[in-house]
Design a protein around this ligand. Structure first.
Ligand code: NKO
Length: 203
C-alpha cells in the first residue's frame, strides 16, 4: 500500500480519538461539550472540575499526535515531507473528528505532540512561551494563540527543509489553531474570557 495513504489514514484516525470527550463520558457520565467553553480539550476538562482527567486529556491528546508522526517515520524513514503530512492529518483528525460530526478540539495539545516529533527544539520553545503567558495572564487561550503564532519563527530557524508540504504544515497548523480560537479571541477582546483557575466558565 502507498506509504502516504497509510500514514495519513493512521494519523487522521489517531488524531480523531476525542480523549477529553471519552474520559468525561466514561468517568463522569457527562458530555463535556455542554460545559464551559464546550471544547473537548484539556483546559475545559480541567475547568469542569476533573483536574486529573484534564491532565490525562493533555497527555493522551499530545501522545496520539506524537505517535502519528512516529508511525509515519517508521513507514517511510527519512521522508520528512510524509512526516509533516501525517502531522497535518493528525491535527485535522483532532479538530474535525468524524465521530463527533467533525466538531473537535482546538489542536493545542495535539500540535505540541506533532511538533515534539517533528522539531523538538521548536516545541520546547513554544512550550516555554505558553507557560510564561499562562503564568502572567492565566489565559490558556491567549497563551495557545501566541504560542501557535510563534511556532513558524522557531521552526524555520531549526529545520532545514523548505518544501511546500513543510511550509504548509508549519504555517497551516498554527493558522488552524488560531482560527479555532475565534470565540476565545472575541472574549479576550471583550474582556469576558475566563482565566484558568478562576472557576468561571465562559460559554
Ligand atoms: O476551553 O476554549 P477553552 O478555554 O485545551 O480552551 C482553550 C485552549 C484549548 O486548548 C487546550 C489544550 C491545553 C493544553 C495545555 C498545555 C499544553 C501546552 C501547550 C504548548 C503550546 C502549544 C501551542 C501550539 C503550537 C502550534 O487553548
Amino acid at each position: 500500500m502507498n506509504p502516504w495513504l497509510i500514514s495519513i489514514a493512521i494519523a487522521y484516525l489517531l488524531g480523531s480519538i476525542p480523549f477529553g470527550y471519552l474520559l468525561i463520558r466514561i468517568f463522569k457520565k457527562q458530555d463535556i461539550r455542554t460545559f464551559g467553553s464546550g471544547n473537548i480539550g484539556a483546559t475545559n476538562v480541567a475547568r469542569s472540575g476533573a483536574k486529573g482527567l484534564g491532565i490525562a486529556t493533555l497527555l493522551l491528546d499530545l501522545g496520539k499526535a506524537y505517535t502519528a508522526v512516529v508511525i509515519a517515520r517508521h513507514i517511510a524513514p527519512g521522508n520528512y515531507d510524509l512526516a509533516v503530512a501525517a502531522a497535518i492529518a493528525a491535527i485535522l483528525g483532532h479538530c474535525f473528528p468524524i465521530w463527533l460530526g467533525f466538531h473537535g478540539g482546538k489542536g493545542v495539545a495535539s500540535a505540541l505532540g506533532v511538533f515534539l516529533a517533528l522539531t523538538w527544539p521548536s516545541a520546547l520553545g513554544i512550550l516555554a512561551i505558553f507557560i510564561i503567558i499562562v503564568m502572567l495572564t492565566r489565559y490558556v487561550s491567549l497563551a495557545s494563540v501566541i504560542a501557535a503564532a510563534t511556532l513558524p519563527v522557531f521552526a524555520f530557524y531549526f529545520i532545514p527543509l523548505r518544501t511546500p508540504i513543510v511550509i504548509a504544515g508549519f504555517l497551516g497548523i498554527p493558522l488552524l489553531i488560531i482560527v479555532k480560537h475565534h470565540a476565545n479571541i472575541r472574549r479576550l477582546l471583550a474582556g469576558t474570557e475566563s482565566r484558568f483557575g478562576s472557576g468561571k466558565a465562559a460559554a
